[in-house]
Design a protein around this ligand. Structure first.
Ligand code: ATP
Ligand code: MG
Ligand code: FE
Length: 354
């Protein structure tokens, strides 16, 4: 079957077509992502009202482009999936309404997808890995280590007690007057910087629990920046490099512990896998640190291509496809949810905008 996936939970308007091939693999027929970055740039962050309006204006065209790129029409589509949470409610409503309208008009099943499930399953979409696996989700709103036991069966082993890692990158960029979004710009600056000139803390390093904390790192960086003001371009590059190294080592430390725990829980598993998801997974320094940890632990690192790390429609289509195949479709009055933890067992509340 072929499924249309729609993603509008934050500042990307995205649609994609994904098909289950006869050999059992998932095939991305198209994956169209329109970023609203320029619309929000002047405000240094995502403005919910601007995002919702931009989704309204763009989504029809993006869905059309996804069909066109796939060389398909709606006649070729067997089901429609849309992100219904978590995220900004205005954007979620636009995507959910559009998805439901297409499903209703064509008499197709509708699948209400959790955005985080889209991220969590993306290593299966890109590499076809088997359950169970360990997942590092590092995005703009989340920093989590999850045990992915199966579809809809997630155990959260660690989470951030303050900022998400992507948020920390974005705040660091803002502090250093780099353009939004911060992650890619911090990485770019870090490339020419000396990571050892300034020393920053490694929060939570060595602690047994698998949680993250990044606000102390952010504060330490601010103090160093203030002490060295005014900052030259070289100073900014060195600060970015120091921050990125601290972030990478912090994540690596958590992942080392998580891999050990994973091995304890699944001693018989021949090929333990660590999957990476979320926009920060695009960071090459973090990928390198994760690869080193995986090699040391005899595990395989599955880091999907960059377009599948940040927000996209293909991951939503794919999560929808797995749910559809498991018989998990949703009514057309499925509600959108601004908050929806992945390890919550219950299905989305129906009919009540909670
Ligand atoms: P969530 O999925 O938690 O709701 P989101 O959808 O906004 O959040 P993503 O689109 O997955 O998050 O990722 C965006 C985040 O990834 C931003 O914080 C951005 O700065 C960060 N990011 C993107 N590229 C890089 C990079 N190369 N290095 C570090 N961070 C990056
Ligand atoms: Mg985004
Ligand atoms: Fe996301």
């Amino acid at each position: 079957g072929t499924i249309l996936g729609i993603e509008t939970s934050c500042d990307e308007t995205a649609a994609a077509l994904v098909r289950r091939s006869s050999d059992g693999s998932a095939e991305i027929l198209s994956n169209v992502v329109l970023s609203q970055i320029s619309e929000h740039a002047a405000f240094g962050g995502v403005v919910p009202e601007i995002a919702a309006r931009a989704h309204v204006e763009a989504l029809d065209g993006i869905v059309r482009a996804a069909l066109e790129d796939a060389g398909a029409t709606l006649d070729d589509v067997d089901a429609v999936a849309a992100t219904v949470g978590p995220g900004l409610v205005g954007g979620l409503l636009v995507g959910a309404m559009t998805g439901k309208a297409i499903a209703a008009a064509r008499g197709l099943p509708f699948v209400a997808v959790n955005h985080l499930e889209g991220h969590a399953l993306s290593p299966r979409l890109s590499d076809g890995i088997a359950y169970p696996y360990l997942l590092l989700l590092v995005s703009g709103g989340h920093s989590q280590i999850l045990l992915v036991r199966g579809l809809g069966d997630y155990e959260r082993w660690g989470t951030t007690i303050d900022d998400a890692l992507g948020e920390a990158f974005d705040k660091t960029a803002k502090l250093l007057s780099l353009p939004h979004p911060g992650g890619p710009n911090v990485e770019k600056m870090a490339a020419s910087g000396d990571p050892k000139r300034f020393s920053l803390p490694r929060p939570m390093k060595g602690e047994a629990r698998l949680d993250f904390s990044f606000s102390g790192l952010k504060t330490a960086l601010r103090l160093v920046a203030e002490a060295n003001a005014p900052l030259s371009d070289g100073d900014v590059a060195d600060l970015c490099a120091a921050f990125q190294l601290a972030a990478a080592e912090t994540v690596a430390d958590r992942v080392r512990r998580a891999l050990a725990r994973f091995r304890d829980e699944f001693p018989g598993l021949a090929n333990p896998v660590l999957g990476v998801a979320g926009g920060v997974g695009a960071n090459q320094a973090i990928r390198a640190a994760l690869l080193a940890e995986c090699m040391a632990a005899g595990a395989r690192l599955v880091a999907p291509p960059l377009v599948l790390c940040s927000d996209n429609g293909a991951m939503i289509a794919y999560a929808g496809l797995e749910r559809l195949e498991a018989g998990l479709t949703d009514p057309l009055d499925a509600a959108v949810r601004s908050r929806w933890p992945l390890d919550e067992k219950s299905a989305p509340l129906v009919g009540h905008g909670r």
